[in-house]
Design a protein around this ligand. Structure first.
Ligand code: ADP
Ligand code: MG
Length: 698
C-alpha cells in the first residue's frame, strides 16, 4: 500500500531536495509524518473581532474593538507597569505595559476607539493583554483564512525560503495531498468515551484551525494521546516487571537493627524518618521487589534511613550496598557509617576507583564469601569483577548523577534483582516524578531534624564587597567556616577557572590570617580529596570551589555559603548549594552575589531563593520558569521524552487523568490481548522502537 506519510519529503511537490535538505538538518524532519508533527508555537486570529465577554486565557492572538476607560500605573521599580482598562461594552480587559509608559500615555487617549491585537492571558482573576498593538479602527486587518500558524524557524531556514509563513504554505500543500484519513492511533472506543476528534482532523486543525474552538479540540486530542502513551508504556512495563520479578522477602527485624536502634542511634528519629522506614519495611517484607524513590531535602537525614534499611537486609542474611556518585561522597558515607556502627560486629568496606589492587582483593573475596556485609562505593561497585554472595538491597544516593544503564547492571549480580532504594535531594514535583519514574513508589522526608535554624538568604550586588567581607569576617571570628562557590560551565571553562583562581587569590589577600583551600573539577582526585579534607577537618576556614561540592558534602560547622555569579546557576542548583550550610545548630547564611544588571528571570529566581527554603516550592517554581526539558536531573536521568505538545508544568491535571485511564486499560487487559485494544498495543510497540527511551524507565 502506498502511504504518503512515510514518504521522504524531498519527493513531495512544493518541497524538493533543497528545502528537504534544510529541513533534515535544521529540524530533523525527514518524512511527511515528521513534518506534520512539527507544530506551530502560536496562532494569530485576524479572521474577526472578538467580544470581550468571549475572551478566555486559552485563546490565540486575537483582535478586540473598544475604548480605554482609564490608565493606572501600579508597582514599584522593576514591577512598575502601566495598565489601561479597556472595554467594548461587553466586559473589561487590562492592557499591560512594562516599558514605555510615557510613550503609551502620550500616544493613546481614553474614550477613543481602538483595535487591540494581542494574546489574552489570565492574571489575578482578570484577562490581561501584555504589550498589545493598538490601531485606529480604519487600520483594521481582517483575513478570511481563520487562525494563522506561526512556526519556530532558524536563521538558516529564513534565508532558504522557509520562514514561518513559507513553512505554513508548505504545510498547507502537504495537507492538500493528504486525501485519505491517516491511520488512527487511538481505538474507536477511546475516542468516543473521551470525546477525542480523529487524528486526521487533529493534525489538520493543529496547523490550520478555523477558530479557537477547533484549535482547542485539536490540542486536547494530541496532548491526551501524547501523555497517555507515556503512561501506558510505563504502567504496562511496571506490570510486566511485577509479574516477572519476585523479590526477596525480608521477614525479620532482629538483632542488628534492634541493637543499632537501642545502642547506637545518636538521636531520636524524626517522624518523617520513622514513616519512611515503615514504608520501606513494608516493601521489603511484601514479596515484591522494592523499587522506591526517597526524596528528602538536603540535610533531611536520608543517610540514616539508608543505613537502617541496610540493617534490615543484614538481619535477614543478605548483603547491602550503597552507591554514591563521587569518591568524596562515597568516602564521607563510609566514614559516617563506620562511626554510626561503632562497636557493632559488622564488616563495612569501601570500594572506589582509587582503592589499590592490594586492598581491593580481600574486599572482593569477602563479598563472595559474604563476610563483607555492607559495601560502600562509587560505580566501581558495579564492575564485572565485583560479585556478591547474596546482595539483597542496593541504595543509590543522588541518582540523577547515576546513569540508568548502570542501574540495570545490578540486575545481573543476582538470581533475583535486589531491592532498590534511590535517594535524591532534587525534589521532583509529583507530576514530573510520575512521568519520569512512573512505576517507582515515592517516599518523602518532609521534615528536617529538630534544632535547625532556617538559612537566611540574601541577594547582594557585587559592588558592595566590603559589606560582604565584613559579615564573613564576623562569622570566621566566631569559629565558623565559609564556602565561596564559582560557576563552571563547560563552554567557558577557561574563563571560569580564571575567575576561580582570581577569586582564590583575592580571598587569600583579604583574609591572610585564615587558611583557604580550593577545589575544582580539573584537579586530580587525590588533590581534591586533600583539599576537601583540609576543610572537613576544620584546618581550612574558607573553601573556594566550583560546583563539585554540590552533592552531599557535610560540614556542620560551615555557616556561610557565598555564591558568586549567582545569575549563572539554575534554581535547583542554587538550592542544592545552599543546602551545604545550615547543617549545624548555628544560624547560617547564603549570599547570592550578582552583577547590578540582571535579567528579569534571574531576578525572579533570586527572589524565590530569598523567600523560601522549601525545596518542593523551589522545584515547582523551577518547573514553571524553565520548563521540564531543562529541569536539572531529568536530562541526566537518561529519560528522553520529547514532548511535542503537552507541557508537564501546565498539563499536570490532564497527566493525572490519562494516567488513571492508562491504569484502567492495563488492569482490564493485562495480557495485551483484547481486540478492541489492538490499536493501542501496536502503537505502543511502535513508539517503544522509535522516540522514547523506554529501557531507561525503571
Ligand atoms: P541528606 O538527607 O542531605 O543526605 P544527611 O543524611 O547527610 O542528610 O543528614 C544531615 C545531618 O543531619 C547529618 O549530620 C545527620 O547526622 C543529621 N541527622 C540525621 N537525622 C537526624 C535526626 N533524626 N536528628 C538529628 N540529626 C539528624
Ligand atoms: Mg546525602
Amino acid at each position: 500500500m502506498f502511504d504518503l506519510t512515510t514518504r521522504d519529503i524531498k519527493y513531495i511537490s512544493g518541497i524538493g531536495p533543497q528545502k528537504a535538505d534544510i529541513l533534515n538538518k535544521e529540524l530533523k524532519i525527514f518524512s511527511v509524518l515528521d513534518l506534520i508533527y512539527y507544530f506551530p508555537y502560536k496562532y494569530v486570529d485576524r479572521s474577526r473581532i472578538y467580544y470581550v465577554h468571549e475572551v478566555d486565557g486559552n485563546m490565540p492572538y486575537i483582535q478586540l474593538k473598544g475604548k480605554i476607560l482609564s490608565f493606572e500605573t501600579i508597582g514599584e521599580g522593576k514591577q512598575r507597569r502601566l495598565i489601561a482598562h479597556f472595554s467594548d461594552g461587553t466586559g473589561v480587559v487590562d492592557l499591560v505595559w512594562f516599558q514605555g509608559v510615557k510613550y503609551i500615555t502620550g500616544r493613546y487617549k481614553t474614550n477613543e476607539e481602538y483595535i487591540v491585537f494581542g494574546k489574552p492571558t489570565p492574571f489575578g482573576g482578570r484577562i490581561n493583554v501584555a504589550h498589545p498593538d493598538l490601531d485606529k479602527p480604519d487600520e483594521l486587518k481582517l483575513t478570511s483564512k481563520g487562525l494563522q500558524p506561526y512556526y519556530i524557524t532558524s536563521d538558516k531556514m529564513k534565508r532558504s525560503f522557509l520562514s514561518s509563513p513559507n513553512l505554513a504554505k508548505v504545510m498547507a500543500m502537504v495537507f492538500q495531498q493528504i486525501t485519505k484519513p491517516l491511520v488512527e492511533t487511538l481505538p474507536d472506543w477511546m475516542r468516543k468515551e473521551y470525546h477525542l476528534i480523529s487524528l486526521t482532523d487533529a493534525l489538520r486543525n493543529i496547523h490550520f484551525p478555523i477558530n479557537p474552538e477547533t484549535l482547542r479540540k485539536a490540542q486536547y486530542r494530541l496532548k491526551f494521546e501524547e501523555l497517555f502513551y507515556i503512561q501506558l508504556g510505563i504502567l504496562s512495563y511496571a506490570k510486566d516487571r511485577q509479574r516477572r520479578y519476585r523479590g526477596f522477602v525480608f521477614e525479620r527485624v532482629a538483632d542488628v537493627f534492634n541493637g543499632f536502634y537501642k545502642n547506637n542511634l545518636p538521636f531520636e528519629l524524626t517522624n518523617a524518618q520513622k514513616r519512611v522506614l515503615k514504608e520501606i519495611r513494608h516493601d521489603l517484607g511484601s514479596g515484591k521487589q522494592m523499587n522506591r524513590l526517597l526524596q528528602g531535602d538536603v540535610g533531611s537525614g536520608k543517610t540514616l534511613v539508608a543505613l537502617m534499611s541496610m540493617l534490615m537486609a543484614l538481619d535477614n542474611g543478605f548483603q547491602a550496598c550503597l552507591m554514591a556518585p563521587t569518591e568524596i561522597l562515597a568516602n564521607q558515607h563510609y566514614e559516617t557509617i563506620k562511626q554510626l556502627l561503632a562497636g557493632m560486629d559488622i564488616r563495612v568496606e569501601l570500594l572506589t576507583g582509587s582503592v589499590s589492587k592490594k586492598k581491593r582483593e580481600p574486599i572482593l573475596a569477602g563479598l563472595i564469601t559474604g563476610e563483607v556485609q555492607i559495601l560502600i562505593g562509587t560505580h566501581a561497585v558495579i564492575e564485572e569483577t565485583v560479585q556478591f554472595s547474596s546482595l539483597g538491597l542496593v541504595v543509590i544516593d543522588e541518582q540523577h548523577r547515576f546513569g540508568v544503564a548502570q542501574r540495570a547492571k545490578l540486575w545481573s549480580k543476582n538470581v533475583y534483582p535486589p531491592h532498590i532504594l534511590v535517594m535524591t535531594a532534587t525534589p521532583i514535583p509529583r507530576t514530573l516524578a510520575m512521568t519520569l519514574y512512573g512505576d517507582l513508589d515515592v517516599s518523602v522526608i518532609d521534615e528536617l531534624p529538630p534544632g535547625r535554624k532556617p538559612i537566611v538568604t540574601r541577594h547582594q550586588f557585587d559592588n558592595r564587597r566590603e559589606n560582604l567581607y565584613q559579615s564573613v569576617r564576623n562569622q570566621l571570628q566566631e569559629g565558623r567556616q565559609v564556602y565561596i562557590v564559582y560557576p563552571l560551565i563547560k563552554e567557558s571553562e577557561k574563563i571560569d577557572l580564571k575567575n576561580l583562581e582570581e577569586g582564590y587569590w583575592h580571598i587569600c589577600e583579604e583574609f591572610p590570617e585564615y587558611k583557604v583551600c580550593k577545589v575544582h573539577g580539573k584537579m586530580k582526585a587525590f588533590e581534591k580529596d586533600e583539599q576537601m579534607q583540609l576543610f572537613v577537618s576544620g584546618e581550612a576556614k574558607i573553601m573556594v570551589a566550583t560546583t563539585v561540592i554540590e552533592v552531599g558534602v557535610n560540614v556542620p560547622n560551615a555557616s556561610v555559603m557565598i555564591i558568586e555569579n549567582a545569575e549563572r546557576f539554575g534554581l535547583s542548583q542554587l538550592h542544592q548549594l545552599r543546602g551545604r550550610v545550615g547543617r549545624g545548630a548555628d544560624q547560617s547564611y547564603c549570599i547570592l552575589v550578582t552583577n547590578y544588571k540582571i535579567a528579569e528571570d534571574t531576578r525572579k529566581r533570586l527572589e524565590i531563593m530569598v523567600r523560601t527554603n522549601d525545596g518542593f516550592e523551589i522545584a515547582e517554581a523551577d518547573l514553571k520558569l524553565r520548563g521540564p526539558g531543562d529541569l536539572e536531573g531529568t536530562q541526566q536521568s537518561g529519560v528522553a521524552f520529547d514532548l511535542k505538545i503537552a507541557d508537564i508544568a501546565r498539563d499536570g491535571q490532564l497527566l493525572q487523568y490519562v494516567r488513571s485511564i492508562a491504569q484502567a486499560v492495563v488492569d482490564a487487559d493485562p495480557n495485551s490481548s483484547l481486540p478492541q485494544n489492538d490499536v493501542l498495543w501496536q502503537r505502543l510497540r511502535a513508539l517503544r522502537k522509535s522516540n522514547v527511551n523506554w529501557a531507561s524507565i525503571s
